[in-house]
Design a protein around this ligand. Structure first.
Ligand SMILES: Cc1cc2nc3c(=O)[nH]c(=O)nc-3n(C[C@H](O)[C@H](O)[C@H](O)COP(=O)(O)OP(=O)(O)OC[C@H]3O[C@@H](n4cnc5c(N)ncnc54)[C@H](O)[C@@H]3O)c2cc1C
Length: 435
């Protein structure tokens, strides 16, 4: 069985101060519901369960520390818009439902950030989708048509306008959408964990190794504990298959990010742009770029088929070199700025771009295959799994069920290990001018 591992390299997590401790679980424990996985799905599910049933008892179990999984390793965009594949659908009603679900997730996160004063650089900075050359421009034109067709608000920006924001003339054009937010993902996840309702107990460094159905519920095993419960919520992302669910349906894809130290005053002057923005690439195989509120620049690009789930350390020097090339091409005036951290993280995709949400077996609730936009999608999934587990019937839950689907069966792993890297290499080659 492959379990999550943390390699101490994720910049967002490593720069945190005074990380709280939730002791590992030991002995025999009885609770109403166990939530496995402390990412966006698990944290939202645990909170919502506790809100729905203030007298219930809930346990959130995380194999690592909350914030060390994908939810603390991402690029920090909480995106309101439907994913590109969904945006391409002709069904405007479906897109409106997705937008409304994502916005509900953003509001839910923001309510907690405000209530508990979570210091995570949360900002209504919107999102820039940017093109470098002719190939990117084609994608951008297509994106503009999709936004127009959906009646969404957006703004087009020229190279000159972008230069004053980003401090580089590297981008030829961009489309700005105002709806999404930016954040420091590991800080957000720690804040969510630190402020759980009282009837949620958190256990970190506790990996569930087996789930067994008993007469009236389930027994979950970890190496030091045995937990009895009535219901289970799985927010285990790519590791879900290791617990026996959604085998052959989850495509684990890893992408990589690097982060600089905060720019010095002198470097900031040479940079010449603004703080607190985020660019996603018009061509999805391109580069994501962030400038944080605390003056750090983050570069994300490169993909690999993560058959082994965790990040092989030997890949990181090569990745960092690629990130440095992307950085130097954008910021020749900052040749002295090098990356302090480089890390990988894996998301669950599906072969047919469908996301799973629901009660997979009586008493076991899960969502997965969020297509790597899990900050909003994972949050709303966790909230709605909790409502489903509590028997709450709402329009939001009905919408959630409607926008979800059945991830298709994938080819056998040996074929994926050959086919997926080949497809990725072809995409990398086709998109080389946009990286
Ligand atoms: C580099 C990168 C950039 C990204 N950028 C963005 C972005 O900007 N915006 C966006 O929306 N999405 C982004 N994503 C995707 C996003 O991070 C994921 O979609 C999201 O975090 C998934 O949330 P989750 O709760 O489903 O899973 P996770 O965050 O992976 O949480 C699952 C948790 O379960 C734990 N776990 C697994 N198995 C067990 C077990 N047996 N016992 C106990 N615990 C277990 C894991 O340790 C993990 O912490 C990015 C991803 C990466 C890697």
């Amino acid at each position: 069985m492959i379990l999550p591992q943390y390699d101490g390299r994720c910049g967002w997590y490593e720069v945190l101060n005074d990380v709280s401790v939730f002791p590992a679980l030991e002995g025999n424990v009885n609770v109403d519901t166990v939530v496995v996985g402390g990412g966006f799905v698990g944290c939202a599910a645990a909170r919502r369960l506790a809100e729905n049933q203030p007298d219930g008892s809930f346990l959130l179990i995380e194999a690592l520390k909350v914030g060390q999984g994908a939810s603390g390793r991402n690029s920090g965009f909480v995106i309101d818009q439907p994913h590109k594949r969904d945006l391409e659908s002709n069904d405007n009603e479906l897109k409106r439902k997705l937008l409304s679900l994502n916005c509900t997730a953003i509001d839910y996160l923001e309510t907690q950030i405000d209530r508990y004063s979570i210091d995570c650089q949360w900002s209504h900075a919107g999102k820039y989708q940017a093109a470098v050359g002719a190939r990117g421009q084609k994608f951008l034109d297509h994106y503009e048509q999709l936004l127009k067709g959906f009646g969404e608000q957006y703004q087009k920006l020229s190279r000159q306008e972008l230069q004053s924001i980003f401090g580089t003339d590297f981008y030829s054009a961009a489309i700005f959408t105002p709806g999404g937010t930016l954040m420091q993902p590991a800080a957000l996840m720690r804040g969510l964990a630190d402020n759980m309702p009282e009837n949620v107990r958190i256990a970190e460094h506790t990996a569930v190794t087996r789930i067994t159905r008993t007469g009236d519920g389930f027994v979950l095993e970890t190496d030091q504990a045995c937990i009895k419960c009535r219901q289970v919520v799985l927010g285990t992302n790519i590791f879900t298959a290791e617990l026996g669910f959604m085998r052959d349906r989850i495509l684990p894809v890893m992408t990589f990010a690097s982060m600089t130290k905060p720019l010095t005053d002198d470097q900031l002057e040479r940079y010449g742009g603004q703080l607190d923005w985020g660019i996603t690439p018009a061509d999805h195989a391109g580069t994501t770029l962030r400038m944080t509120q605390d003056r750090r620049i983050i570069v994300r690009n490169s993909y690999r088929y993560a058959h082994d789930y965790n990040t092989p350390g030997e890949l990181l020097p090569g990745v960092r070199q690629r990130h440095q090339q992307a950085f130097d091409a954008r910021y020749p005036q900052l040749k002295d700025v090098k990356f302090e951290y480089t890390w990988g993280g894996a998301s669950s995709l599906s072969g047919n771009f469908e996301t799973y949400f629901g009660e997979i077996e009586p008493g076991i609730f899960l969502s997965c295959c969020d297509q790597s936009v899990g900050a909003a999608r994972g949050t709303i999934s966790g909230m709605m799994l909790a409502d489903m587990a509590c028997g709450k019937k709402t329009q939001l839950l009905a919408d959630m069920i409607e926008v979800s689907g059945a991830p298709s069966k994938l080819p056998p792993k040996p074929l994926l290990r050959v086919g997926v890297p080949l497809r990725m290499a072809a995409a990398r080659f086709a998109s080389r001018s946009e990286v």
